[in-house]
Each structure stands twice: as structure tokens, then as C-alpha cells.
Design a binder for this molecule. Structure first.
Ligand code: IVH
Length: 671
């Protein structure tokens, strides 16, 4: 590379990182992802290493964080608050361990204290004589901000330590976070009130802690976890980092449950894998794991390099947020006509998968994000959660264009209505709309409903597009020959599909009700409706009043049900489905269901040991059985206890089923 180009590149990177530091540390408004920030730092470091002639001590690669806000008073840290280096793979972890062993001239196994890397902001708590006297942010590592009043509002931070042998001066360091559940609740409320929401829990924690009015902080659900110590005066502590953390816990300071000791590189890596798996179930966000040499003397021997200790490193998890570009917005029509805007993205690897589409939910969401096509956007995908756009970056507004929400359905051109106070816009086309038809048929065929094997999305789409079916009832008159011309359908698949369609005719009433796709009627409601009305006929005739008597059926669901059965088209489809041969076993009323032994006659003889005869009689009667005193050919079962006599021999003569006491108990217990 040409020298002046290198100089320019280094200077541009430094400027960019300084701006990001300001945005991130001071303004709590980052404009790039952590992953991108880490990459920029890494590139800068690499360039500075390769071209040492350009390295300077005031490069942002050599310091931590951003400048201090003027409004808080400043706190000079007695011991600097440093940062951590990173490793990104098992090999880099092994290199980290080897480096330490080499420096210590130690080939023996080292013990590491392994902790989650909490994603919040670092804080220093100074206790004197066991009393919390000052709390400070990290700031630039050398000078932080005094946030004592705010920190004192955090509920799990003790103002007074409990127990013995507390050093006279003790500086506890740790992370302030906002737990995920609290963050979600806070944001939902903020969105509902048109107030400012936070982009992620870390920003929420940072924004909340750096309020000039501590009353505001007090209303924010923050929490603190300790991970280390700064100043220790007049007191002695264990020589193990792990034991020191346990000691902090004993004095009343919060510690996460995920701290372990590992005695090998392998053990450290296993801890990483375990924690990564556990990540989605933890109550707080973590962005990696931290490995720390446990022995404090060894820590001291190892010391620091510019930005971070040599005795610790962070192993980062795959980023859950990445930056990409919004290429377009498509509008999807759902089964009930709901129009959902879908973001089409430049593909980006985030949270372990490549994402190229993300739901934008509704028009309000687009407005809230102030989103325009062409914007750079931050995509977030936490494990097992659908990807979402969390914010648009304020850059390149000139080259962007507005997202126009359609006024007519993009599929059938029917009008779109948006009921006031409802966020959702809907196509009014009903089953005239091919999109709604497709979705209704997919739903009908789905596993929970009619469970038609092989009738997946693609096939339904082709069948509707080719005008082979208009309603679910049309499925039952399809022939193999009609299927064969379709794409990717051969003889075998066509045969199987026709077979599966005919097989599904034998179903249950709840599944059939679910398959009809009545709005707001899911599996549980379908089951409750079937249990209550017993027959389709009775449900069809049900009034609002009747419906409201069913478990979990409220006004809105009842209205949807009445409206559904009133519609002529729906009545026709139901008749056609029944005419095609769909059937289900009759459902017995609750009273009958509770009488599984109705019609059976029992005779009890001999001595029972677990219950007396009267109890047995009552239990059988409660299940609908008749209990008689003498054995005849009408007796269904004879229960023979100990020392049974003539009744038992008579039963044997007549060939009647004989139960012993254990079998009786088993029978009673099976209902
Ligand atoms: S130890 C000298 N342990 O990560 C060692 N830091 O990138 C300094 N963090 O500023 C930190 N969890 O805000 C340490 N278990 C943990 C941590 C942790 C989160 C944060 C902390 C620090 C940053 C370093």
C-alpha cells in the first residue's frame, strides 16, 4: 500500500472511532453495531502494528471509552478501569493461554475463573467502613463520572455491607444492566405512550444511569452484578479471584450464578459452549464469556498492556446485531387479510444465520423507526427469535425514499381498511383475495388442523394460481391427473397427495373447527367450543349469549364466530366439506364422559385390603357402574378379594372376568 494512503486510512479510522466513542460512551446513541466497532478497532490496531511509524499514544486504540460529560462531577479512578482484549475462536483462546504460560515460564495447568460478560456498563462502587460512599462510571478509564445518587437507587446494590473482615476501603467493580424482561416491558410502555424507547438493554442501562435527575433513574429497573475489585485498603482478601467474588457475595453484593473455575483450555472452551447454549434463557444480556487467571499473584506478575490486562480476555459470542441496508419493502397479505410490511434486506449474517427479510409488523412500526428505503439499518436476531429491524441509521437520507403503504390490496386490489385504534390494516377482499385464499387453504391443511401430508405452501400456491381450487372443499375433487402438470410433482407425489387428502376426512370436531380458520379461534378455543356444543349444528345455531358461556370466549371471539357462520360463502364451503365425506366421532357430553363404566355391572366379594367394600362400591358407582350383590350371566366383572368364596366359584363357572384388588385399583386409577 502507498504510504500516504496508509496514513489517510489510519487517520480516517481514528476519527471515525473517536466519533463512535462519543456517540456510544457520552451520548448513549451509537450509530454502528458493537461488531462493526470491534472490527474498526481491530483494523486500526493491525495497521498500527504493521506500520509502527504511524502509532501515537493518543490513538483511540490506546485508550478506553469517551470523554466525560460536563454535567456530572468527575472522579479520578485511583486504579484505572480498563477494558478486555478479545478472542474469537478456540484457537485464539489456546493462543491466549499459551502466551500466559510462556510469560510465566509455566507449563503447568492454570486455573481460570470464568464469568459471563454482561452487556451493560461498568461501574465502580467505593465502600468505606462498609458504607457505599461513591459510585462512578468508567468514563475514559482514568476519569469517570460521579453517579452516586443514581447508583443508590439500584435496588440490589447494598448501601451497607454485612459480615466481618470488610476492608476499610473497598472498591467493587461490576456491571449495571437492565434485565431483558424489564427492558421489554419498559419499551412496550414507552412505545404505547409515544415516548422514546431504547434500542437494546445496554443502552437502556446506560441511558438510565446517566440521568442528571436520580428520580428518573429510580424508576428504571436496573440491576448490578460484581465482577472484580479495585482499591483494597486495610484488609486482606483471598489470593483467588473466584474466592474474592464469593467473599463479595457473602458481604451482600450481587454475583451472577454463572461463575465457574476451569483448569484447562478445554474446560474454558466447554464453559463457553455451555454459556452460549444457556444464553437465551438468562435473564440478562451477555455478549460473551470472560476468562481470568484465578491466582491474584499471577495476575500481578502478568500485568497490563495499553488497554487491557494480560491475565484476562473476553471470548465474544456471535453478534446479535449487524448493520445492513433496506433494499425494499413488500406487503404481504395474511390469512385474515392483515397487511404486513416485510423488509427486503441486503443479506447479512447475524445471530448465526443469514437474514434477508424481516417483518416490519405494521405502518406504526415503520413510522416509529422513521424508516426509508435505502437506509442503513441495524438488524437484531437473538437466538431463536425472528429477526427485527431495531433502528435506521441517520446517514444517507438523500438517497433514500419513503415507504408508501398501499391503499388497495397488492394481490386483489380490494380496498384496505384500517380500523381506528387498531394498528393493523386489512384487505377487505376476504376469500375473493387470492392471497387470503391461499393462506386459508394452507391453514386448513396444516398439521394442527386437517393434517394433509404433502400439501405444503408451494403446492397450495400452484393449485390456487392454476385455478384448480378456490376453497378447501375443492381439494376433495382433485385428481391425480390435475396434479401431474404442476411443477415438482411426479406420479408418486401426486398419488400420495390424493391419498392424504382422502385420509384426512376422518378427523375430530375440534380439528375441523380449527381448520375453518375462524378469526381468533385457535386450538384451545376450538376444543372448548366442541366440548360445549358437542355438534357442529349446535355451534352454527349458537347465539352470542350461548357463545359467551364457553370457557375463554369473550365478546370479540363470539362476534367472529357468529359472523363466520352467518356468511353464505362459509355455509356453502362447510356443506361442501361435509358432502365430500369429512366426518368425526360424536362427542359425548361431560356427564357421559365422566361415566366410563356406564352399563357395566360389578360384584364385590372377599376382603379388600386397600379400601373397604363400601368405598369400592362408591368409587365404581361414581364412574357409572352398577354394583350388585349376586353373580349372574349379566355380571360384567367380579372383584375377588382375599378369602373369596362361592361368588368367585360361580363367576368362574359362568366364565366372567375376575379382577383381583390390584386390578380393580388400576381400573379405578385409569380414569
Ligand atoms: S473484567 C481489568 N469481567 O466488559 C478487567 N468485565 O470489555 C476489566 N464486563 O469494561 C473488566 N462482564 O464493562 C470483566 N465478568 C466481567 C465482565 C466485564 C462485563 C465489561 C466491563 C468491561 C468490559 C471490557
Amino acid at each position: 500500500m502507498n504510504q500516504s494512503i496508509i496514513a489517510q486510512k489510519i487517520s480516517a479510522l481514528r476519527q471515525a472511532i473517536q466519533t463512535h466513542n462519543l456517540n456510544y460512551y457520552t451520548l448513549d446513541a451509537p450509530t454502528i453495531t458493537d461488531a462493526e466497532y470491534d472490527r474498526q478497532i481491530k483494523t486500526l490496531r493491525e495497521l498500527e502494528e504493521k506500520y509502527p511509524e504511524y502509532a501515537t499514544p493518543n490513538s483511540p486504540s490506546q485508550s478506553v471509552g469517551g470523554p466525560v460529560l460536563e454535567n456530572f462531577s468527575k472522579v479520578a479512578h485511583e486504579l484505572p478501569m480498563l477494558s478486555l482484549g478479545n478472542v474469537y475462536s478456540e484457537e485464539e483462546l489456546a493462543e491466549f493461554v499459551e502466551r500466559i504460560q510462556k510469560q510465566l515460564k509455566n507449563t503447568q495447568a492454570l486455573t481460570f475463573c470464568v464469568e459471563p460478560k454482561l452487556d451493560g456498563l461498568a461501574i465502580s462502587l467505593l465502600y468505606e467502613h462498609g458504607k457505599l460512599i461513591r459510585a462512578a462510571t468508567r468514563g475514559d478509564g482514568a476519569v469517570g463520572e460521579d453517579v452516586t445518587y443514581n447508583v443508590k437507587t439500584i435496588k440490589n446494590i447494598p448501601h451497607t455491607l454485612k459480615g466481618d473482615n470488610i476492608p476499610e476501603r473497598l472498591e467493587v467493580r461490576g456491571e449495571v444492566i437492565m434485565p431483558i424482561a424489564e427492558f421489554n416491558a419498559f419499551n412496550q410502555l414507552a412505545i404505547a405512550n409515544d415516548a422514546k424507547s431504547f434500542v437494546n438493554p445496554r443502552n437502556a442501562a446506560a441511558g438510565s444511569l446517566r440521568q442528571l435527575d436520580s428520580n428518573i433513574t429510580a424508576q428504571r429497573p436496573l440491576a448490578f452484578y460484581s465482577y472484580g475489585l479495585g482499591v483494597i485498603e486495610n484488609g486482606s482478601l483471598a489470593n483467588s479471584h473466584y474466592q474474592r467474588l464469593q467473599q463479595l457475595k457473602a458481604w451482600g453484593l450481587p454475583l451472577t450464578q454463572e461463575v465457574t473455575l476451569e483448569t484447562s483450555t478445554q474446560g474454558c472452551f466447554e464453559a463457553y459452549t455451555r454459556l452460549l447454549q444457556k444464553r437465551p434463557t438468562l435473564p440478562y444480556e451477555i455478549d460473551g464469556i470472560v476468562y481470568k487467571v484465578d491466582d491474584i499473584e499471577l495476575q500481578e506478575q502478568l500485568g497490563f498492556i495499553a488497554r487491557s490486562p494480560r491475565w484476562a480476555t473476553a471470548h465474544k459470542f456471535p453478534a446479535q446485531e449487524e448493520q445492513t441496508r433496506l433494499l425494499n419493502v413488500e406487503f404481504q397479505v395474511g390469512r385474515t387479510g392483515a397487511i404486513t410490511p416485510v423488509a427486503i434486506l441486503e443479506p447479512v449474517f447475524v445471530g448465526g444465520v443469514t437474514v434477508s427479510r424481516a417483518s416490519l409488523h405494521n405502518a406504526d412500526e415503520i413510522q416509529r423507526l422513521n424508516l426509508k428505503i435505502g437506509n442503513s439499518v441495524i438488524i437484531r436476531r437473538a437466538a431463536d427469535v425472528i429477526p427485527q429491524i431495531v433502528r435506521a441509521l441517520p446517514d444517507d437520507q438523500q438517497n433514500s425514499r419513503d415507504i408508501i403503504f398501499p391503499t388497495t390490496c397488492p394481490v386483489c386490489d380490494s380496498e384496505i381498511e384500517r380500523i381506528e385504534d387498531e394498528a393493523i390494516a386489512r384487505c377487505t377482499g376476504g376469500l375473493y383475495c387470492a392471497a387470503q385464499r391461499k393462506e386459508a387453504i394452507k391453514y386448513f391443511a396444516s398439521r394442527k388442523a386437517m393434517n394433509i401430508d404433502g400439501l405444503g405452501e408451494k403446492v397450495v400456491e400452484q393449485l390456487v394460481d392454476e385455478n384448480l381450487i378456490h376453497t378447501p372443499a375443492d381439494l376433495f375433487s382433485l385428481s391425480v391427473n390435475q396434479l401431474l402438470p404442476l411443477e415438482r410433482i411426479g406420479q408418486k407425489k401426486a398419488d400420495n397427495l390424493i391419498h392424504a387428502i382422502s385420509q384426512c376426512k376422518q378427523t375430530t370436531l375440534p380439528k375441523f373447527l380449527l381448520a375453518l380458520g375462524i378469526r381468533e379461534v385457535g386450538e384451545a378455543t376450538a376444543k372448548n367450543l366442541a366440548d360445549y356444543f358437542l355438534t357442529l349444528e349446535a355451534l352454527k345455531q349458537a347465539s352470542m349469549e350461548d357463545l359467551l358461556k364457553v370457557d375463554d370466549v369473550g365478546d370479540i371471539v363470539a362476534q367472529h364466530i357468529v359472523a363466520f357462520f352467518r356468511q353464505k360463502h362459509n355455509q356453502e364451503v362447510i356443506s361442501a366439506l361435509l358432502a365430500a365425506g369429512i366426518h368425526w366421532p360424536a362427542i359425548k357430553a361431560k356427564e357421559q364422559q365422566a361415566q366410563p363404566l356406564a352399563g357395566k355391572t360389578f360384584v364385590l366379594t372377599g376382603t379388600l385390603t386397600q379400601m373397604d367394600r363400601n368405598e369400592a362400591k362408591q368409587a365404581l358407582q361414581a364412574l357409572g357402574a352398577k354394583v350388585s350383590g349376586s353373580v349372574s350371566k349379566n355380571t360384567s366383572y367380579v372383584v375377588a378379594g382375599e378369602a373369596a368364596g362361592s361368588k368367585l366359584s360361580k363367576a368362574q363357572e359362568l366364565g366372567i372376568t375376575i379382577l383381583d384388588e390390584a386390578e380393580l385399583l388400576q381400573l379405578l386409577g385409569s380414569f
